[in-house]
Design a protein around this ligand. Structure first.
Ligand SMILES: [Zn+2]
Length: 262
């Protein structure tokens, strides 16, 4: 954990110390983000719809500042011949639970496998976690994170890393890695989970070249999650008890690009 805490103490500037480590001393400023906002359980989340022309479907919502910056970035990308569309934005706990339960029950196959036949609970949740986050831990709950497609119709191929490694996808990904940070966006799931924060986390979500985050808002959510971790133990879905071993690692193992001062 040391590397993560070191990074967080660097990014907290101007005399305000938010203590992240269990043994650190000094004043502690608690960020006032309620558990419901962190876990997608808000009853009336105040998010705004992504305009149809910049999304792969209607009904996608994002946090307001995130959407405004995405619009700016999108316009800039267009000048370079790159088309960016939001294909998934805010997801509630219930949305994520639906995805999770379908995989847990075997209704949706995971890498071709019916997981209802997997009797080892640890193997079962880790198989789902290879592709989906556990309900209550998705950064999509925050409205600050979204998945990008590089053409209006390339869902679901945009959700494969290899789609971003050739042709139009490669052009778009190269542009994003060179320019997205100017607009405040970072890519939380870069590299393999073991390489992302070496010596700190062995578990974590796999690389997702399509998933981007608006750091000026999402960084505060990550910090608040760390502060409230013990009260946010997985609950309310199949396999939640087994997930308790992993949830902290999966939430906190994000790339340093998303943790440093915006
Ligand atoms: Zn995503």
């Amino acid at each position: 954990m040391k590397y993560f805490f070191a990074a967080l103490s660097i990014l907290l500037g101007s005399g305000v110390l938010i203590s992240m480590g269990a043994h650190e001393e000094g004043p502690v400023t608690k960020l006032s983000l309620p558990a419901e906002a962190l876990t997608g359980k808000q009853t009336n989340p105040q998010f705004v719809p992504v305009p149809a022309e910049m999304a792969t479907r209607s009904g996608i919502k994002l946090e307001l500042k995130t959407l405004n910056k995405f619009k700016e970035m999108r316009a800039e990308a267009k000048k370079a011949g790159i088309d960016l569309f939001v294909l998934s934005g805010y997801r509630s706990f219930a949305d994520q639970k639906r995805i999770w339960e379908n995989k847990f029950s075997g209704k949706t196959k995971v890498a071709g496998k019916d997981l209802s036949t997997e009797k080892n609970p640890r193997n079962k949740v880790l198989a789902i976690l290879t592709y989906s986050s556990m309900p209550g831990t998705s950064r999509h709950h925050w409205g600050t994170d979204f998945d990008i497609a590089f053409s209006k119709n390339n869902q679901p191929d945009a959700l494969l890393n290899r789609s971003w490694e050739t042709g139009k996808g490669k052009e778009a990904y190269t542009w994003l890695t060179q320019n997205a940070s100017r607009f405040g966006f970072c890519q939380p799931y870069q590299e393999s989970p073991e390489k992302r924060n070496p010596r700190t986390f062995t578990y974590g979500y796999n690389e997702e070249k399509w998933h981007w985050s608006y750091k000026p808002v999402s960084r505060d959510f990550t910090i608040a999650y760390k502060e409230q971790m013990d009260g946010l133990k997985p609950a309310g879905f199949s396999g939640a008890d087994t997930c308790a071993e992993f949830y902290e690692k999966f939430i906190l193992n994000v790339h340093q690009d998303c943790l440093t001062t915006p």
